[in-house]
Design a protein around this ligand. Sequence first.
Ligand SMILES: Cc1cc2nc3c(=O)[nH]c(=O)nc-3n(C[C@H](O)[C@H](O)[C@H](O)COP(=O)(O)OP(=O)(O)OC[C@H]3O[C@@H](n4cnc5c(N)ncnc54)[C@H](O)[C@@H]3O)c2cc1C
Length: 378
Amino acid sequence: MKTFDVAIAGAGLIGGSISLELARAGLRVGLFDRQEPGKEASWASAGILSPAPENPGMIATVPLGKASMALYPEFVALVEELSGQKTGYRTNGTLEVITSRHAREELSTIIALHHGLGLQAEPLSASDARELEPSLREDIEAAVLRPQEASVDNRLLTGAILESARKCGVEIFSGARVESVLREGDSCRGLLVNGEKVSAAHTVIAAGSFSAQIAGVEHYAPVRPAKGQMISLVCPETKIERVLWSDEIYLVPRTDGRILAGATVEYAGFDKALTAGGQRKLFSAAIDLVPAFERARVEETWAGLRPDSTDHLPILGPTDLQGLVIATGHFRSGVLLTPVTAKLVREYITLGSVATDWERFSPMRFAQARQQSRARAN
Ligand SMILES: Cc1cc2nc3c(=O)[nH]c(=O)nc-3n(C[C@H](O)[C@H](O)[C@H](O)COP(=O)(O)OP(=O)(O)OC[C@H]3O[C@@H](n4cnc5c(N)ncnc54)[C@H](O)[C@@H]3O)c2cc1C
């Protein structure tokens, strides 16, 4: 039987970065993925690093996002050095474009919200915005510059993290399907992988959208997949310097000249098919925001599955099974939240406590909610 200090289910950005942190802390780590590591959401993502909330429900993740943003420069430097690979990290900020006739009200609401949350945001006139990004459509009303936001090439980052983990001694197993956790009384003793027992003092579930399919995990990690379709364009004569947002779309420039455009949010089970409607929306919104993209070459199209939880918040922390930790449900912010998630799980496993309050994200909240609704029904 294989024995590790820590066994991790899922080798995406989350499982990979946790394995790296723990191996650097001196633990023996086994990282198990049912397919080639790093080929699910972490591959499909856009890689935008923005702690700003997309809606009021996401405000709870802002402190976590800010903490992760602060860790990013050091995290990227570490994995680039350990792996010898680049990650396409760009710190040019992001620009949100406002086109509505009520631009003045919208602008002041956005700025007030950001400042209230301690996030930098600068109002820009239409002409100032077009000076920064001359390829924007001409009839915009105003814009918001978020100078501290960034982006990273998530495919490069995932590869660099997994290579760093390997170099630090993590044993990575591909084609290794985790079937269940190994439960003994009130403790978790490891994982059942391809029918074989893997023994570990600590077990981490980081299987993204598929976490709830691992037997024994469903009620701690009730995640469901939220499909996102993406396209990638190449348009050598038209440059954008920073991530551009509109109500309809985001455009993300890569260091190799590609422009990613995304993304739809669809609840369609585990289906990753591209649809005519989803693709049409992306193409027309991209051309609407940057008209010159009408001449862009389509380089790639794809879809991926974001791990979404019932309250759309991450699921992080220990469970009532001793030795079992959950790290999933990162939904639309898993790339942003990678460094802080790895740090928190490492602190918990090596020190027994964490420096940042993560109670709000506890996997036990679902069990407690179930108990409360049962009590109300009785
Ligand atoms: C289209 C799209 C755009 C996105 N844009 C952004 C963005 O701009 N910024 C941002 O921060 N986030 C973004 N996200 C979200 C982000 O990509 C995810 O939150 C993040 O990648 C989740 O990482 P993960 O490691 O938890 O999951 P995954 O990358 O899905 O990894 C899970 C791994 O577990 C493995 N696995 C599954 N089941 C088992 C099993 N039973 N046994 C063993 N292994 C198993 C899978 O094969 C996979 O490799 C986007 C996501 C999508 C799809």
